[in-house]
Ligand binder design. Structure first.
Ligand code: NAD
Length: 482
């Protein structure tokens, strides 16, 4: 990739005056992927102006025509899935098959949103007197500012743009500075889909606080949708107070897994390995505390370690790779610190626990898939998001104890349980204070599911009809007849 990646503002590809650019590096090799324009306050303002100008036309477009445009974006993403996936693998590191699945999932979110566009019904509410009427009219909240992370650099973009556009909003999106190309691929799809100018604007930057400061201050921006760390989420929630903007925040997680003694251990080990090592553990839903009943802990841990040990680590472009590099050196250092802390406090490394060496790893930021046994609640792996390929196994003796320890976290995004006892499944699922509970391998990815958390993992939902609701205001129309 040699061309400079440009910002997409008001339906045009553009560069800031002054020509500032920043480098994007490939985590698998450390090599230069390309350079992207570095937007600042002027571009942020131009993008907000463009979105505000585009709003009246877009919200007035009949729903089926808005749906057509969203379907065209999905078609453009699908048509170019292989090309975008290869770029995403080089930019973010994930294995090619995962990158391709992410592009298709992004397209699926656009299609779901297209369908929802035609189902934005209002309500008629029974009134209190014969001569009065009450109607609720759904209306788009207005211009949306969207801020996305690097770990799912395309699907996080479509999860915001899809429902916002369905609702009739226009968008200014600021992608992660680590993965701007994946977001710009969505801009390209919007251009190919003939989306009207200004409906979607994408502004890459290395100065996120400065740029989002402009978005937070702009009175035209009525809603902010953020996915990223709890630390930054708090900053944006605080900043939203001044202008009373609506917020949706999808933040960090620290997912517990409960493996009960009656679980199918083979299936549980395969399912936990799949959830844990997807995207090399760089997911907000990644299992971080795997609580296993003491009577089956030895057998389960052996099965899990065997699965982890057979996952090939390497450049995501190689067909056999299952674990790509972590996003950067800081991420590997964090993983190594967490593993060292656990070992210092008595945990045992059953597999992995180090950086792979050899020719294929030169310049890259790799870490082996790791399973730790003998983990306790106060270790760093149990309290802090590791965001890497580390599966810490803890043991428990009773259901109540397991549930209490699983809930003992400030986070509340994803949780998982494995059991064949229906009553235990239902009681446990009801007791878990998390936004999402996976039972025996259920997944959270489909667009019809309302993805999101509680407590320190944020509020708002993405996906399902609930997701579109977050981009709508309901106008209360009170009518008195003659
Ligand atoms: P991050 O919070 O560092 O960055 C997220 C976005 O915020 C990026 O676009 C970044 O440029 C921007 N940002 C950084 N500092 C900012 C500031 N001071 N003001 C305004 N914007 C700022 O998070 P990350 O490292 O990109 O992503 C990993 C985090 O995201 C993890 O905590 C993970 O759990 C979370 N995450 C949550 C979900 C979810 O749906 N709940 C999904 C994916 C990732």
């Amino acid at each position: 990739m040699s061309d400079v990646g440009l910002a997409y503002i008001d339906g045009a590809w553009c560069a800031p005056a002054g020509g500032a650019v920043f480098e994007v590096r490939e985590p698998a090799t450390g090599g230069l992927l390309g350079t992207v324009v570095d937007c600042g306050p002027a571009e942020a303002s131009a993008a907000v102006d463009a979105a505000a100008r585009a709003l009246p036309g877009w919200r007035a477009l009949p729903a089926h025509l808005r749906a057509d445009r969203l379907r065209a974006v999905a078609a453009a993403l699908t048509r170019r899935a292989d090309e975008i996936a290869e770029m995403m693998t080089r930019e973010q590191g994930k294995p090619l098959a995962e990158a391709r699945a992410e592009v298709l999932s992004g397209a699926d979110h656009m299609l779901w949103s297209a369908e929802e566009t035609r189902r934005l019904y209002g309500e008629t509410v029974p009134a209190s007197t014969p001569s009065s009427r009450i109607w609720l009219l759904p209306e788009p909240v207005g211009v949306v500012a969207a801020i996305t992370p690097w770990n799912f650099p395309l699907s996080m973009v479509t999860r915001k743009i899809g429902p916002a556009l369905a609702a009739g909003c226009t968008v200014v999106l600021k992608p992660s500075e680590l993965t701007p190309y994946s977001a710009l691929a969505v801009a390209q799809a919007c251009a190919e889909a003939d989306l009207p100018a200004g409906v979607v604007n994408i502004v890459p930057t290395t100065r996120p606080a400065e740029l989002t400061g402009v978005l937070m201050a702009a009175p035209e921006v009525r809603k902010v949708s953020f996915t990223g760390s709890t630390r930054v989420g708090r900053l944006l929630i605080a900043a939203s107070a001044a202008d009373v903007k609506r917020m949706s925040v999808e933040l960090g997680g620290h997912a517990p897994v409960l493996v009960f003694a009656d679980a199918d251990l083979e299936k549980a080990a395969a399912g936990v390995a799949r959830a844990k090592f997807y995207n090399a553990g760089q997911a907000c839903t990644s299992p971080n505390r795997i609580f296993v009943h003491a009577s089956v802990a030895g057998e389960f841990t052996r099965l899990l370690a065997a699965r982890a040990a057979e996952l090939p680590v390497g450049n995501g472009l190689a067909a056999r790779t299952r674990i790509g590099p972590l996003i950067n050196e800081a991420a590997v250092t964090k993983v190594a610190t967490h593993v060292a802390d656990a070992v210092d406090r008595g945990a045992r490394v059953l597999t992995g626990g180090d950086r792979p060496d050899g020719d294929g790893y030169t310049g890259g930021t790799f870490h082996t898939p790791t399973v730790l046994a003998g983990v306790t609640d106060e270790m760093l792996v149990s309290t802090d998001e590791t965001f890497g390929p580390v599966a810490p196994v803890l043991t428990f003796d009773s259901d109540d104890e397991a549930l209490a320890r699983a809930n003992d976290t400030s986070y509340g995004l994803a949780s998982y349980l494995w059991s064949r006892d229906l009553s235990r499944v239902i009681r446990s699922a009801e007791a878990l204070r998390f936004g999402m509970v996976s039972v025996n391998g259920g997944t959270f990815a489909p667009p019809q599911g309302p993805f999101g958390g509680v407590k320190g993992s944020g509020y708002g939902r993405e996906g399902g009809h609930h997701g579109v609701e977050h981009y709508l205001d309901y106008k209360y129309l009170a009518v008195e007849l003659d």
